[in-house]
Design a protein. Sequence first.
Length: 63
Amino acid sequence: MTISVNAPSSMPTTIDSGNSLKVAVMAKDQQEIEGQMALQLIEAAAPAPQPVGNSGHNINTTA
């Protein structure tokens, strides 16, 4: 695809600041949601915490 600077375009050349602001806010919100989802995924993949103390964790197999 080539873009010529002087060619007429069907796209508008002016940007409405209200619409561009709304798009920017929506993009920011989407990034925050994706960040929260990534953190939840990382937390879910973390190993289970080790038990505190050693009572009942050692088994005597030479009895």
